[in-house]
Design a protein around this ligand. Structure first.
Ligand code: 9G3
Length: 570
C-alpha cells in the first residue's frame, strides 16, 4: 500500500478528552475516529487490525468445534418479553420502533435470538452438542462512555452459545472455550489471567470465568495469590473462615455517649480505639427482607457475597428512610444489640474474634462498648461477607492475596437452562422425552481486545504491534524520493517484497525523513526498512520496532535477514 494515498490521518498532539494510552494512540495513529460519544469509525489501519484479531478468533473457535453464523443486530422485543429480560435493563438497552410501530431492541447480546433459532430448528438429541458463534456489532447505551473503544456504546463482540443434552456436555464445551480463549489471547500477544467471576444478572449457577488483561487502566480488580494460580475478580474472591472465637473473660456491655460520632473515623478518633475493635453494621434489603450485615470496622462488606449467600434475586442497601423505619434510629447509630426482631443478623467470620467490640446502640448519639457477639446479640449466621484485602491469605491456602487492575476482554458462562426453559428450547431424548437444552455462552470483546493490545504494547513514540496482529508486516521508507538511487531502490524493493508475500506499507510521500521516522514509530509496524544514503550501494537500514535494534543489510541478504527476524517477532 502506498502511503501517499493511504487513509490514515495522524495527529502530532495528544487529543483532548483521551486520557489513556490506547485511546490517545488509536486516535493519533489514525486507527479510529469518533463519530459520536462512544461511537467510532475504524479507519483502514484500525480495520486491518480488527480483521487480524477476528481471524485468530475464527481459527481458534473453529478448532474448538464452533460453527460461525450471523444474527441480526436488531431484535424483536417480544423475544426479550418471553425471556423476561425486557424490564431487567433500563436505558442501557437501546429500543426503537419500526414503521408499523412494532417494538425492537438493538442487540446488547444474543441469548434470546440464538435460543429462539435453536428452539425452532433443533428437536432431537441426535443434533447435539452444538456450538454456534458470531462476530457482530453490539449496542449498550453506557451512561458514561470513556477510554475510547474500551467502554463504547457500539462495539464488536464474538459471542458463542453452546447447546448440550447434559451437564457433562456443557463442561466439555466450557473447557473447549476456556482453552480456545487461552490460545486466542496468547496469539494476540496479551499478558492475561483467567479469573473466577460472578455470573451477575445473566444467571447460570454453574460458574463463570473472566479473561483479564493486566493493565493499570483496567476497571476491574483481580485478587490473585502470590504463591499459586488462584485468581478471582475481587467481587467474588472468597475468604476462608480463619478466625478463632475470642476467649473469655469479657467485660460487661456498657452504653456510652457518642455525640455526633457516626462514622468509623469519628469513633476511632473520638474513642481513641482501633477500627478492628469496631463492629460495622450495614442494613440491606434482601429480596425486600431486612438483613443487618455486621463486619469488623476495618473491613468492607461485599454486596455480591451477600446476594450469593442468601441466594437472593435482589439485594439493595437500605436508605436513610428504610433505616429510620426499620431500626428506629438514624444511620450511623444502628447495631445488632437489641435490634428489632424482624431483622436478620448475619456476621462476617472476622466478627467472631472481636473481644470487646463497639457498635451502634440503635439510639441517636449512643454506642455500646465491650460488646461480644453471641452473648450480647443473636447471630443468625456467620459467613464470608467481606471484600478481600491485599495480604489476606489466599483461599487455596497457598500464599497471600495481591491486587492487580484488569481489562475484561473475555467472559465465559455456564448458563444451564435459564434461557431454554424461558423460551421452550427443548429436545427429545433417546426415550422420546422432552428435555430443556443445557446452554453455555462465551463472549470476547473484539474491539476492546485491540485497545488492550495497545495498552500492553506501546512506548512514548507510539504503537508496537505484535506480529500476529500488525496491520502490515513491513514499513518501507524512501527517505528522499528526489534522490534517484533511493527512489529506484524503494520502488524495486516494494515490488520484490510484495512478491515474496509481505504486506508492505510503502512511505513514498514527499516528506522530510524526520516526519517519516516519527510516523513509522507511531504506526508501530514490526519492521522498518529505510532506503537512505547507501541506496546506491544496495544497502538499506532495517530496524525492529520492539527493541529498536538497527542493522545495515544488502538487499540481496534482505529475504534471509527478514526470515531470521520473524522468529523473534511476536
Ligand atoms: C443487556 C444490556 C447489557 C448487558 C446484557 C444485556 C451484559 C447482558 C451479560 C452478557 C452475558 C454474555 C453472550 C456473550 C458473553 C456474555 N450486559 N450482559 O446480558 F440488555 Cl443493555 O452479555 N452474553
Amino acid at each position: 500500500m502506498r502511503q501517499q494515498l493511504f487513509f490514515s490521518p495522524t495527529m502530532r498532539e495528544v487529543p483532548q478528552g483521551a486520557d489513556i494510552p490506547s485511546h490517545q494512540l488509536m486516535l493519533r495513529a489514525g486507527l479510529i475516529r469518533q463519530t459520536a460519544s462512544g461511537i467510532y469509525s475504524y479507519l483502514p489501519l484500525g480495520c486491518k487490525v480488527l480483521r487480524k484479531v477476528e481471524q485468530i478468533i475464527r481459527e481458534e473457535m473453529d478448532r474448538a468445534g464452533g460453527q460461525e453464523l450471523l444474527m441480526p443486530a436488531i431484535q424483536p422485543a417480544e423475544l426479550w418479553e418471553e425471556s423476561g429480560r425486557l424490564d431487567d435493563y433500563g436505558p442501557e438497552l437501546m429500543r426503537l420502533k419500526d414503521r408499523h410501530e412494532r417494538d425492537f431492541v438493538l442487540g446488547a447480546t444474543h441469548e434470546e435470538v440464538i435460543t429462539s433459532l435453536v428452539r425452532d430448528e433443533v428437536t432431537s438429541y441426535k443434533k447435539l452438542p452444538m456450538n454456534l458463534y458470531q462476530i457482530q456489532t453490539k449496542y449498550r447505551d453506557e451512561r458514561r462512555p470513556r477510554f475510547g473503544v474500551l467502554r463504547s456504546r457500539e462495539f464488536i463482540m464474538k459471542d458463542a452459545y453452546s447447546f448440550d443434552t447434559d451437564k457433562d456436555g456443557l463442561d466439555k464445551n466450557y473447557k473447549a472455550m476456556y482453552e480456545a480463549y487461552t490460545n486466542i489471547f496468547k496469539r494476540c500477544g496479551l499478558d492475561f489471567r483467567a479469573v473466577k467471576a460472578d455470573a451477575g444478572a445473566i444467571g447460570g449457577k454453574g460458574g463463570t470465568h473472566e479473561f483479564m488483561v493486566l493493565s493499570d487502566v483496567g476497571e476491574d480488580t483481580i485478587a490473585y495469590s502470590d504463591a499459586s494460580d488462584y485468581a478471582a475478580n475481587i467481587e467474588i474472591a472468597d475468604l476462608p473462615d480463619m478466625y478463632e472465637k475470642a476467649e473469655a473473660p469479657f467485660e460487661n456491655i456498657q452504653e456510652i455517649d457518642t455525640p455526633e460520632m457516626k462514622t468509623i473515623e469519628d469513633l476511632t478518633t473520638g474513642l481513641n480505639t482501633k477500627s478492628s475493635s469496631l463492629l460495622k453494621s450495614v442494613l440491606f434489603l434482601v429480596d425486600e427482607k431486612p438483613v443487618l450485615i455486621v463486619c469488623r470496622g476495618d473491613h468492607e462488606i461485599n454486596e455480591i457475597k451477600v446476594a450469593n449467600a442468601f441466594e437472593a434475586d435482589n439485594v439493595a442497601l437500605a436508605d436513610e428512610e428504610d433505616i429510620r423505619r426499620i431500626m428506629g434510629t438514624e444511620a450511623g447509630f444502628i447495631g445488632p444489640v437489641n435490634a428489632p426482631e424482624e431483622v436478620t443478623i448475619a456476621c462476617d467470620y472476622a466478627v467472631k474474634s472481636v473481644k470487646e467490640g463497639i457498635c451502634g446502640a440503635n439510639l441517636v448519639d449512643k454506642h455500646y462498648q465491650n460488646v461480644h457477639p453471641d452473648r450480647d446479640f443473636k447471630v443468625e449466621t456467620y459467613g464470608d461477607f467481606r471484600l478481600v484485602q491485599e495480604g489476606d491469605p489466599s483461599p487455596d491456602g497457598k500464599g497471600t492475596i495481591q491486587f492487580a487492575k484488569g481489562i475484561e476482554v473475555g467472559h465465559v458462562f455456564k448458563l444451564g437452562t435459564k434461557y431454554s426453559e424461558a423460551l421452550s428450547a427443548v429436545y427429545l431424548d433417546e426415550n422420546g422425552r422432552s428435555q430443556p437444552i443445557i446452554m453455555g455462552c462465551y463472549g470476547i470483546g473484539v474491539s476492546r481486545t485491540i485497545a488492550a493490545i495497545v495498552e500492553q504494547h506501546h512506548d512514548d513514540n507510539g504503537l508496537i504491534w505484535p506480529k500476529a496482529v500488525a496491520p502490515f508486516d513491513l514499513h518501507l521508507l524512501v527517505l528522499n524520493p528526489k534522490q534517484e538511487e533511493q527512489y529506484e531502490l524503494g520502488e524495486a524493493l516494494y515490488e520484490k517484497l510484495k512478491n515474496e508475500g509481505y504486506d508492505v506499507l510503502y512511505d513514498d510521500r514527499k516528506e522530510r525523513a524526520g516526519v517519516k521516522f516519527k510516523d513509522s514509530d507511531l504506526f508501530g509496524l514490526p519492521v522498518r526498512i529505510a532506503c537512505g544514503k547507501k541506496a546506491g550501494e544496495g544497502i538499506v537500514e532495517v530496524k525492529t520496532r520492539r527493541d529498536g535494534s538497527m542493522k545495515e543489510v544488502h538487499v540481496d541478504d534482505l529475504p534471509s535477514y527478514l526470515a531470521s527476524l520473524e522468529k523473534e517477532l511476536f
